[in-house]
Design a protein around this ligand. Structure first.
Ligand SMILES: [Zn+2]
Length: 291
């Protein structure tokens, strides 16, 4: 789960690499960049569950294996970019390979190991470098439709793209990943974190019963099929804050992954004066009893 600003250096290292290579068009081709370093890339089915790819050392040469059990090109591209992160980030080769010649990775923001998280942040900056990503983001805005057109342009998964949008946007916006009726994690944009009274969602917290997400998650077939729905939510339901703020709730099943992505966007923060007037009005209509 990406949350720590300490890892942004890995994103920036990838962006610098793409910039130094003079790449000015999307999608980024990890195969071409690896081949420029004489790194061979091969599909390699893994026997260990959850392994997304491998970095392999053969003498002075390196090779990358990527898992094929998930038949999903954006996921494979992210996995390869994660391995390139281990190759390019300072200290990674020694740390992840040590004396062995094979490192098995768990890419896709699923591991809490700091080298894995750094390699994931590298992959995000590598496939979605800000000098190419931001101009499109400015045109598309932030809802699920915007995430989908960015994912198309970058050939990245919806989830990795959504996380990158959260990282880059100046708008208040949050995404929530859930499984059945439980929240896995939530990522909030900087502008979202500044909304007064927002509480941080914790792993394992229930999905609000009134939400469109809860409805979609009731049917695991819909999640598997990648079904989608949209609703209007209130930040009160999700973040137990006392502010009455409406948001658009876009929900999409993430397929075989078994998880659901919720995008909370289109957040118009009410003018504080208007909010105060409403509070005063409610106050003036609240009956008082004298003892
Ligand atoms: Zn790894």
């Amino acid at each position: 789960m990406p949350k720590d600003e300490d890892f942004h250096f890995a994103t920036r290292a990838a962006e610098k690499l793409i910039g130094d290579l003079g790449i000015n068009a999307l999608p980024i081709d990890p195969f071409a960049i690896a081949s420029g370093r004489k790194i061979e890339i091969r599909p390699k089915p893994s026997s260990s569950a959850g392994v997304s790819g491998m970095l392999i050392r053969v003498g002075n040469f390196f090779a990358i294996g990527y898992a094929t059990h998930i038949d999903n090109i954006p996921f494979q591209r992210f996995s390869i970019s994660h391995e390139l992160g281990h190759y390019f980030l300072p200290g990674h080769i020694d740390a992840v390979l040590g004396k062995s010649n094979v490192h098995e990775s768990h890419a896709g923001f699923t591991s809490s190991n700091s080298y894995e998280v750094e390699a994931d942040h590298f992959a995000a900056g590598f496939l979605m470098p800000s000098h190419l990503f931001l101009p499109i983001l400015r045109r598309t805005g932030t809802g699920l439709a915007a995430i989908e057109s960015l994912a198309d342009a970058c050939n990245t998964s919806l989830l990795a793209t959504a996380i990158r949008v959260i990282d880059c946007t100046g708008d208040p916006m949050a995404i929530v990943v859930s499984t059945a009726n439980k929240i896995d994690y939530c990522c909030m944009s900087d502008a979202f974190k500044e909304i007064e009274g927002i509480t941080w969602l914790k792993k394992g917290q229930p999905v609000p019963r009134t939400s469109a997400t809860f409805q979609l998650n009731l049917d695991s077939n819909k999640v598997q099929r990648g079904a989608r729905t949209q609703g209007t939510a209130n930040l009160q339901e999700w973040f137990s804050c006392d502010r009455n703020i409406e948001v658009t709730e876009d929900v999409v099943g993430l397929g075989s992954y078994g998880k659901t992505l919720t995008v909370l966007s289109d957040i118009e923060l009410p003018d504080e004066e208007v909010e105060k007037e409403e509070e005063d009005l409610i106050e003036s209509w609240t009956p008082r009893f004298r003892h």
